[in-house]
Design a protein around this ligand. Structure first.
Ligand SMILES: Cc1ncc(COP(=O)(O)O)c(C=O)c1O
Length: 459
């Protein structure tokens, strides 16, 4: 089939996620046909460096035959059976064991789901169930953060702090409260990063007191906000948050859907920031995105209560611990261990990216270049000295993203923040290529912006 025929069918029948359906219909979608390593290929014959590892998930890169073989073997052996009604199967058992070996020491159980959003739905129910079992059913409130992303189901988006999502689709899940995010470049530059990190932790404490400490069940956060714009909190933030949560009896939920499985140079973001979460939603890199699978890693405190005092937990999904997805996830984790992928990010690729990425801070359009592990962001600004932003109408982030795509790099935009999270198997040479492509795209963005401004002045 030719690209145009596929695009016509796509336009006629396919409603894409997070998409203005009409605008895409007019423009036509890009059709990705195949991929290998860190590169995707489209139906027009372009090879594009995938600086986003799909959607932050293809951690081992594309084309890993061992994962194909693991899926094929499991499809032959047992393509489906469930984990309901006192049954299980070897892939789910083995994957559960492997995950608990990799997780922090106090985490020894996992509940499987089909995605990160389902994992956060599970979190919401587990947290409230836990407190009910503890005889504190009034502990209902969950504190989250503005601009957090926890998924697209009703519970996921209610937990998340994305205002445009909240504005669509009717009432949210009640008793979820959002506090300010530790986004120093965007919201905190009137203070030092350290002071701002503490200010944001104090906002959590203030909210706990406002809601009543006896009514607050949990605090949920990503170690580093991903979809919100690759926001690494100031160094003071997590230690201060830990102190606040320890002061009141509140569960910590650390959403590891993006940061888990090596992205920050540790198996989990919680290990990087020295956190002891009660619950850890996971997905994405768990299977390197080859098949859909997620879950919630459950710390001993919650697990013991659910097991010892809970009776039946009326919750689960047809595809919880799907055997083929679990077999692929297990093989994915085994390969990551055998190849030292996580250590490679921590000791070599992360520091290398940090050095190369920082060089982009010199560009006239860049107000800040930051990275941690294999996640990075560039803040695009109109005024380098003050950090002043461009007029929103110019949609500079989208302009830069489109230029990147056309010149062979996937770099995503969140407003005027450009973000990357490439496969963890990227080489140093490919990091050089990524940074060079990003620099060229910034140059071209500057040229186009200058032209637009000139046209507007002469008009
Ligand atoms: C931190 C975080 N949590 C949850 C989700 C939702 O995961 P899924 O899209 O698999 O439902 C995402 C997806 O991007 C995410 O980034």
């Amino acid at each position: 089939m030719h690209s145009q025929d596929l695009q016509a069918l796509d336009r006629a029948h396919h409603l894409h996620p997070f998409t203005d359906f009409k605008a895409l219909g007019e423009e036509g979608s890009r059709i990705v046909t195949h991929a290998e390593g860190v590169y995707i290929h489209d139906s027009e014959g372009n090879r594009i460096l995938d600086g986003m590892a799909g959607l932050w998930c293809v951690n081992l890169g594309y084309g890993r035959q061992e994962l194909v073989e693991a899926a094929t073997a499991q499809l032959r052996e047992l393509p489906y059976y469930n984990n309901f009604f006192k049954t299980t199967h070897p892939p789910a058992v083995k994957l559960a064991e492997k995950l608990c070996q990799l997780a922090p020491a106090h985490v020894n159980h996992v509940f499987f789901t089909g995605s990160g959003s389902e994992a956060n739905d599970t979190v919401l129910r587990m947290v409230r169930r836990y407190w009910a079992l503890k005889g504190k059913p009034e502990k209902q409130w969950i504190i989250s953060r503005e601009n957090a992303y926890h998924g697209s189901t009703v519970a996921g988006m209610s937990l998340g702090g994305m205002a445009p999502m909240h504005a669509q689709g009717g009432p949210l899940v009640p008793e979820i409260s959002h506090v300010r995010q530790p986004y120093w470049f965007g919201e905190g530059r009137d203070q030092s990063p350290e002071a701002f990190g503490r200010t944001c932790a104090e906002a959590i404490e203030a909210r706990i007191l406002e809601l009543g400490e006896d009514n607050v069940a949990a605090f949920i956060a990503e170690p580093v906000q991903g979809a919100g714009g690759a926001i690494m909190p100031p160094a003071s933030y997590w230690p201060a948050v830990k102190e606040v949560l320890a002061k009141y009896d509140i569960l910590l939920v650390v959403d590891e859907v993006i940061c888990g499985f090596g992205r920050l140079g540790e198996w989990f973001g919680s290990l990087h920031y020295d956190l002891e979460p009660d619950l850890m939603p996971i997905a994405k890199g768990l299977s390197s995105g080859y098949l859909p699978i997620g879950g919630v890693l459950v710390g001993d405190r919650v697990a013991e209560t659910l097991i010892e005092e809970g009776g039946e937990f009326f919750h689960g999904f047809t595809y919880s611990g799907h055997p083929v997805c679990a077999a692929v996830a297990l093989k994915n984790l085994e390969i990551m261990q055998a190849e030292g992928v996580v250590e490679g990010v921590r000791d070599d690729l992360g520091p290398y990216l940090a050095e190369r990425w920082a060089s982009l801070a010199e560009h006239p359009l860049v107000g800040e270049a930051r990275s941690l592990g294999l996640m990075g962001a560039l803040e695009l600004v109109a005024d380098k000295a003050s950090g002043g932003r461009f007029d929103k109408r110019l949609a500079v982030g989208n302009l830069c993203r489109d230029i990147c795509f056309a010149s062979g790099l996937v770099m995503r935009s969140v407003g005027d923040t450009m973000i990357i999270a490439p496969p963890l198997t990227i080489t140093r040479e490919q990091i050089d290529e990524l940074v060079a492509l990003a620099r060229d795209a910034l140059d071209e963005t500057a040229v186009r912006l200058a032209k637009t401004v000139q046209e507007e002045t002469t008009a």
